[in-house]
Ligand binder design. Structure first.
Ligand SMILES: [Zn+2]
Length: 100
């Protein structure tokens, strides 16, 4: 959170003069980056929480989509994943199709 405070402080000091202040756009950009980072961290935390729940219920290594096993290699690489590699590939492929 120290990074966030620093940016908030910095932008408070430069007073909303984005047009004339060459630093203005940099601060706006940094702020957007930190916000994106925060958002990602929250999603990661939720995913890990869910993973912890799945360990407790014994569903951790069970694919949410097909009910098949999730390989240990995959779980080592992506500890919060809820689907097996086969389903993940299907998702990636169908997402690719949705794009123009
Ligand atoms: Zn699956």
């Amino acid at each position: 959170m120290r990074q966030w405070d620093g940016i908030v402080e910095a932008s408070a000091l430069t007073i909303n003069d984005d047009e004339h202040d060459p630093e203005g756009s940099t601060i706006a950009f940094e702020r957007a980056q930190v916000q994106a980072m925060l958002r990602r961290a929250r999603v990661d935390l939720e995913d890990l929480d869910r993973a912890a729940q799945r360990i407790l219920t014994g569903e951790y290594q069970v694919c949410e989509r097909c009910g098949g096993p999730i390989s240990t290699d995959r779980l080592t690489a992506r500890p919060a994943t809820r689907i097996c590699i086969t389903c993940a590939n299907k998702v990636t492929r169908s997402r690719a199709r949705e794009r123009p």
